[in-house]
Write a new protein. Structure first.
Length: 394
């Protein structure tokens, strides 16, 4: 889960940049669509209404609007309505090239907008939610009590990292190098990847500190001697450009490269709704796959909408054009948005999911979390709706 924005630091830190677009509650903003989307008959291939989709498909995200969500904001047609009070945006759901699909899309912010609850719990609390952002670790932990099925991998690699100052630690190249020292590692309490890193002996329990609050305050106070969790798509840029009290480079390793290769920002549904939504998902998921391809090819329009939303929601989250551009470049460079090993965008790999089940089931058992007995990949992910012809390299 994302944490508090640097804007919440108050006088301790000065943030130099603010979001570069503005909007207000119930106002219109430009979206990623370049055509009207509702002026002609809906093509049968893209007719989500005829496929039995809800008249408004509701997508619950896990955080404030950001570039990692760009493929989903790409789906919004022209002049969507922004509701600053509910932290949501609604408009026509359009397919590739701005084609009308006959239904509406509402994208809701997560994190502070839902009291930092998991998206799974929000989906079970609010039955109007059609789709939600999930993570494999969350799915495994809640597989018995709030089961979900992911139907598309929104990100192929998690952007979660451990980062450090190369000036303070010039010899470090990996997280394992940190574990060879007694350096404090700041992280958000409850993060499942940390249980894995400790259990595998990559880091020592004595050196990790679960008091991280999402701000650079403690890290800066240490003079960069500490290591700290973050996201490859955010902190390395923000802290070195917008945090005046730091304003220095950072290096990092992806948690995935340290052995905890979980899926993050999967698009999923409640398990008890999967059967009813199947006809809809057969048409919807390929449209969502293509939207990610379109966004990566031309991120500027969706970025414009994202920045407008950040300004309209006005909840302390600072997000700039520079950060958005950096995030997209980093997602491309590191394959965070990328094709699965079989060359398909959005597909899951069962062996990877099974490995995570093997890692996390005993960890959760020690924490008295009740996972589904005999849990297997097909219980939490499916490729049945994925169009294998859709690829970033196609």
């Amino acid at each position: 889960m994302r944490l508090a924005a640097a804007a919440s630091l108050g006088a301790a830190l000065a943030i130099t940049a603010t979001a570069c677009a503005s909007s207000s509650s119930s106002s219109a903003a430009s979206s990623s669509s370049t055509t009207s989307g509702g002026t002609s008959a809906v093509p049968a291939a893209d007719n989500l209404k005829a496929a039995g989709c809800p008249s408004t498909i509701v997508l619950q995200t896990d955080w404030n609007p950001e570039a990692e969500h760009g493929g989903q904001y790409e789906l919004l047609g022209p002049n969507p309505t922004i509701n600053a009070g509910s932290k949501s945006v609604s408009g026509e759901l359009v397919a590739h090239g701005g084609v009308d699909t006959g239904v509406q899309l509402q994208i809701r912010a997560g994190g502070p907008a839902i009291g930092y609850q998991t998206v799974s719990s929000q989906m079970y609390k609010d039955s109007s939610i059609t789709l939600g952002y999930l993570g494999t670790d969350e799915q495994i932990a809640l597989s018995q009590t709030q089961p979900t099925v992911a139907v598309m991998a929104g990100l192929q690699v998690s952007p979660q990292i451990i980062q450090w100052s190369p000036a303070a630690h010039p010899t470090w190249k990996t997280i394992a190098d940190i574990g060879k020292t007694s350096t404090p590692v700041l992280y958000y309490q409850g993060a499942s990847y940390m249980d894995y890193l400790i259990g595998k002996g990559v880091l020592k329990k004595s050196q990790v500190n679960g008091s991280y609050d999402g701000t650079p305050t403690v890290f800066v106070a240490s003079g960069g001697q500490d290591a700290v969790q973050g996201f490859a798509t955010a902190e390395p840029y923000i802290w070195s450009h917008d945090v005046r009290s730091w304003d220095k480079p950072l290096k990092y390793e992806l948690i995935a490269d340290a052995g905890f290769n979980f899926y993050q920002q999967e698009i999923g549904v409640r398990k008890d709704k999967l059967a009813a939504l199947t006809p809809c998902l057969k048409k919807l998921v390929p449209i969502m796959q293509q939207a990610i391809v379109d966004y990566i090819a031309n991120p500027a329009p969706a970025e414009k909408l994202i920045l407008s939303l950040v300004t309209a929601y006005n909840n302390g989250w600072v997000y700039t054009q520079g950060t958005a551009d950096y995030a997209v470049a980093t997602m491309k460079k590191l394959g965070i948005v990328g094709d699965a090993p079989d060359g398909t965008l959005g597909a899951f790999t069962d062996a990877r999911v099974q490995q995570l089940i093997g890692i996390l089931t005993p960890i959760y058992a020690k924490q008295a979390k009740q996972t589904l007995p005999g849990l297997k990949p097909s219980d939490i992910v499916t490729n049945q709706f994925i169009d294998a012809s859709i690829s970033l390299k196609a």
